[in-house]
Design a protein around this ligand. Structure first.
Ligand code: 5GP
Length: 123
């Protein structure tokens, strides 16, 4: 499953975004609704809808997202302090845009776990 999302429009410069990093395969731009002092979305230029669509053929594009994350952390001087990267999948994961993206959050100390448990159940 792969279809156009708002991120395709950002890649194609059809809508504006505050771009912080770009290379041949990867784009990173500031989240429109930041949840930390520094919050960017790191995306592959080739659309992959969800984590469930990652496979041996496109896995290198996902690896490149982490390479970009490491570069962005160094460029913005928070590599040593630390940061969080998160990728949400589907409804329970909180995914709203179906073009995979790493959320990169930095500039404050993060809490863990990232959600409040209502029931202690395992599956
Ligand atoms: P998800 O919920 O899918 O994990 O994350 C989607 C993210 O995309 C959200 O954090 C949301 O704020 C961000 N977002 C949605 N639309 C836009 C947009 O048009 N521009 C930018 N820069 N971020 C967006």
């Amino acid at each position: 499953m792969s279809q156009e999302t708002i991120f395709t429009k950002i890649i194609n410069r059809e809508i504006p975004a505050s771009i912080v990093y770009e290379d041949d395969d990867t784009l990173a731009f500031r989240d429109i609704n930041p949840q930390a002092p520094f919050h960017v979305l790191i995306i592959p230029k080739k659309a992959i809808a969800t984590i469930n669509d990652i496979n041996e053929d496109n896995a290198h594009l996902v690896g490149n997202l982490y390479v970009a994350a490491a570069k962005i952390a160094k460029q913005n001087n928070f590599a040593d302090d630390g940061y969080r990267v998160v990728m949400n999948c589907n409804e329970h994961g909180g995914q709203t845009v179906y073009h995979i993206h790493l959320h990169m959050l930095a500039g404050k100390e993060m809490g863990w776990p990232p959600y409040q448990d209502t029931k202690k159940e395992t599956i």
